[in-house]
Write a protein that binds this ligand. Structure first.
Ligand SMILES: [Zn+2]
Length: 100
């Protein structure tokens, strides 16, 4: 989620830049495997931006202290679980139209 937001994209690019500059391997916090920063974000093993404190737990989507890199596949798996919750909430709360 958030991938279409330019601020979110910029934050992800910043995370990747910082990870590259560190000169150290980046490990996915969800599966503890190395993330290949050279893979495109759409690749399932590529770098995606995840949130330390989930958005539904009150985490800030664009807080640099609340974001981290994780695999796209690991991020998607986590977000699919969140999406179920979101759908339930959407059924109760009318929301603005989404871009897609
Ligand atoms: Zn992973």
């Amino acid at each position: 989620m958030g991938g279409r937001d330019p601020r979110s994209r910029a934050l992800r690019a910043w995370l990747i830049k910082m990870a590259r500059q560190s000169g150290q391997l980046t490990f996915c916090p969800r599966c503890a495997q190395v993330i290949d920063l050279d893979l495109p974000g759409r690749h399932r093993d590529g770098p995606a931006m995840g949130h330390i404190l989930g958005l539904f737990d009150g985490g800030e989507e664009l807080d640099p202290d609340n974001v981290r890199l994780e695999h796209t596949r690991c991020n998607s798996a986590a977000e699919n679980r969140q999406r179920v919750v979101r759908r339930r909430m959407a059924a109760q709360t009318p929301t603005a139209s989404r871009a897609w």
